[in-house]
Ligand binder design. Structure first.
Ligand SMILES: [Fe+2]
Length: 420
């Protein structure tokens, strides 16, 4: 059960850097705001291709997707051909971005030698392409060698464009790559972070999410809500990320119920696609924390969709952090949920609002709604340990260790308010 490999977050110096980056004394000295060139609307692909045809002198594109979206990629491929791109489609991306699958894609890229990589799909596809990009550009490199502050030197062979076909991960705009290291036994979720993997272009065209089934719209919508909320409450947050978060949360409250109800509701699907992108920009630049640290472990161990796995922890995360930050109170006031300024009142109103919203959209209110008690108890030790090792846990607004996670997880599983 011990991991063989060492990743960037296993390095003590990086762990200190990660903690320091959120310290208020650093804020005026070192902050980044990373974003791709973002093209929004139903002409996004044409506008992008007009630009790409100038940048990519060899006009050789590798479009990467999964089996489901490969069936729907015909129109996209035709558009590339209209702009005189030579196109190869690789439609074999697997869910959860397994390392073995990433390596297969990288070999194909090395063989084909494109000057444009295109990610067309949901979060796993987008993350897989970012990882393939690194291995394609840096042939000698292992992904364990990716350190957030060490320059990678990408973009010598190719630029990358991301076209999301779900509305939740926001990965088209983030510096994160969440993959599954299936060379470990059991496989573990690994979060890489690097500013250079923010795609060059993000194409926000909601036509690609019109066919997304309701359950996926709900789960990915809760992921976006978690990104927006964690992006606001994080110690790494800034005026930039807070503004994005507030608009994203408003959109999600207003449009996620409609988006779940009907995939043909073009306005709701568009607004959710935008909300997901705003939330992605926020959390990428403000780092996700407790709900993602807990959710990565919970989702992996119990095979729960990422959006549900992080979403179930969200109200409890706000409660846990409220002992050390007033950000939850401030967020409630910014959302117009309360005018109360007494400490803790806003967070209570926010938690209540989130719980009512979860009831409205059919989201989980406690862990026991997602996992059987026996299975939870069986894997409880692993759950607390793996969550405490996740890099997102390291930047938890209020520190949490393995013992803290045992208490926290138990409360979330049985739906008890965090009162410690
Ligand atoms: Fe997420």
């Amino acid at each position: 059960m011990t991991r063989i490999k060492k990743w960037w977050f296993d390095d003590p110096e990086n762990r200190v850097m990660l903690l320091g980056g959120g310290a208020s004394s650093y804020r005026g000295l070192m902050s980044l705001f990373m974003a791709p060139r973002t093209i929004i609307g139903s002409w996004a692909l044409q506008i992008f291709l007009k630009n790409a045809a100038e940048i990519c002198t060899r006009r050789k594109a590798l479009i990467i997707t999964d089996e489901v979206m490969a069936e729907k990629a015909g129109e996209v491929i035709s558009m590339f051909e209209r702009f005189e791109f030579e196109v190869k489609l690789w439609g074999k991306v697997l869910p959860e971005a397994p390392l073995s699958n990433i390596k297969e894609g990288a070999e194909l890229a090395l063989d084909y030698n494109p000057d444009l990589l295109v990610a067309f799909g949901g979060g796993s596809v987008l993350d897989t392409v970012k990882a393939i990009w690194i291995l394609y550009e840096k042939e000698e490199m292992e992904l364990t060698g990716v350190y957030p502050l060490e320059p990678l030197g990408l973009r010598k062979k190719a630029i990358t464009a991301a076209i999301p076909t779900t509305s939740g991960t926001g990965s088209e705009s983030t510096m994160a790559v969440v993959l599954t290291d299936d060379e470990e036994d059991p496989p573990v979720k690994v979060s890489l972070m690097h500013p250079e993997v923010v795609p060059d272009f993000a194409l926000i065209d909601s036509r690609y999410v019109l066919g997304m089934p309701s359950h996926l719209a709900m789960a990915t919508g809760l992921d976006a809500l978690t990104h927006a909320t964690e992006g606001y409450v994080s110690t790494w947050s800034s005026e930039y990320t807070e503004s994005l978060s507030v608009r994203a949360i408003r959109h999600i409250f207003d449009y996620l119920p409609r988006s779940i109800k009907s995939g043909k509701d073009r306005e709701a699907r568009y607004k959710m696609h935008v909300a997901s992108n705003l939330a992605g920009l926020s959390f990428s630049n403000a780092v996700p924390h407790l709900a993602h640290g807990a959710g990565h472990a919970f989702g992996k161990l119990f095979d729960v969709h990422h959006g549900l796995a992080v979403g179930v922890f969200l109200p409890y995360t706000l409660q846990y952090h409220s002992a050390v930050t007033e950000k939850g109170d401030r967020l409630a006031r910014e959302l117009g949920l309360t005018e109360e300024t007494a400490r803790g009142k806003g967070t209570a109103a926010l938690v209540e609002r989130y719980r009512n919203f979860f009831r409205e959209v059919g989201g989980p209110l406690a862990g026991k709604e997602l996992v059987a008690e026996e299975e939870f108890k069986d894997k409880f030790d692993d759950l607390a340990r793996i969550a405490s090792e996740d890099p997102a846990s390291l930047v938890s607004v209020r520190p949490i260790n393995e013992a803290g996670y045992r208490r926290f997880m138990e409360h979330v599983f049985y739906g008890k308010d965090i009162d410690f």
